[in-house]
Design a binder for this molecule. Structure first.
Ligand SMILES: *[C@@H]1O[C@H](CO)[C@@H](O)[C@H](O)[C@H]1NC(C)=O
Length: 97
């Protein structure tokens, strides 16, 4: 992976399925560089992580993203379970209301 960092996710993953394959997530995507620096997207949804593509909701945002709603698709690019780290690719579509 050689892409430039433009932001970071901060939030919580909660185990939400008896078989351990389902998570519930709620996090802020905080833009730290680039055009949207200082703005956030607020993301919430279920993450059945063994699936290649998972859809989640974008419930709101701050800064440039005030009054947005949308959805996105996430794909796991890299997962390091012992150290609880992962790189996740998000393709997000939002609309201003
Ligand atoms: C991102 O999602 C949009 C709409 O869901 C889709 O049209 C587009 O092709 C996707 N882009 C990539 C890079 O997957």
């Amino acid at each position: 992976m050689e892409s430039k960092e433009i932001g970071r996710a901060q939030g919580t993953y909660i185990n939400s399925q008896l078989d351990g394959k389902g998570l519930y997530l709620v996090f802020s995507l905080i833009f730290t560089h680039g055009e949207f620096k200082g703005s956030t997207l607020e993301i919430q949804g279920s993450d059945i992580f063994p699936m290649k593509e998972r859809e989640f909701g974008v419930v709101s945002g701050t800064g440039y993203f005030r009054f947005v709603k949308g959805y996105g698709i996430m794909q796991t690019e890299f997962m390091d379970i012992p150290n609880l780290r992962a790189i996740i690719k998000l393709n997000v579509t939002v609309k201003h209301y």
